[in-house]
Design a protein around this ligand. Sequence first.
Ligand code: NAY
Length: 293
Amino acid sequence: ETQLRGMFAALITAMKDDQSFCAERQMQVTKAVLNQGLDGLYVGGSSGESGLLNTQELLDQQEVVANAAAGQGKKLIAHVGAPTLRDSIALAQNAAKLGYDGLSALPPHAYPFTDGEIIAYYQALSDATDLPMIVYEVPVRTNRPLPFGVLSEILQLQNVAGIKFTSHDLFKFSQLKAAHRDKTFYFGFDEVYLSAGALGADGGIGSTYNVMGKLYAELNVAIRKSDLPTAQKLQDISQQFVTQLLEIGVLPGIKAIMQARGISAGPTRAPLCPLSADFEKIATRMANDPLFS
Ligand code: NAY
């Protein structure tokens, strides 16, 4: 399953000034993000504040993004993880109808589910459409790394095509890759993408790709060409960017940087907090820093 490889922005969600979903701004944001030369978009994930959106908003967003991306040869992966299997299936079926290329889902984590419940969730969800499913390992979100055996079992389910691995446990990444050579492996920590690339990652999915997409596209090319000096130089710039971004807050920071570059993504939704005036200044400086252009 190699058709979905490459670099995908974990698309941010555009809001009106009152924090409601804004279809018009989402159109502009989507086009701007795609203009940077990435392979596609990961829609409705953590970076898209999906944990703070209701199902109807996520369904609407899938449609807006599909329209904004139409005819550009880009791949679209819909993140359809929701607190309930019912809503996840509704999102998955809507994405299939809209022509999305793949699905992905956080493991259910609203309760301390058993491993069996998590596996059954992925089974039912990946059976609900014919689209390839990308499992999501992200202990910083779920507070629970899934054991190798559980991830292995999920990777063998019908329609499960790969994994988005967002953990610093690169030994586990390699062991999974060795055990599932036909699957697609994405890596989800932008600031150390090179390390996973060196171990054979097929692509990356990240939040900072929204505003640094050109850099990550180039980083992936350098890795494919085994051009280590270029890859190290680009990863170093990405690390300088992420260091500053973590200081001001990833999602509010990305939105403020976009705003400073003339693209209105609006505010983040509460309980995420808006940036202080001091942090706004840092975001503006980052937006205009030639190193990060
Ligand atoms: C998603 O689900 O939207 C993502 O792909 C998130 C990817 C991000 N990981 C997390 C845990 O937020 O881009 C990364 C991350 O923001 C970046 O590496 C900075 O640490």
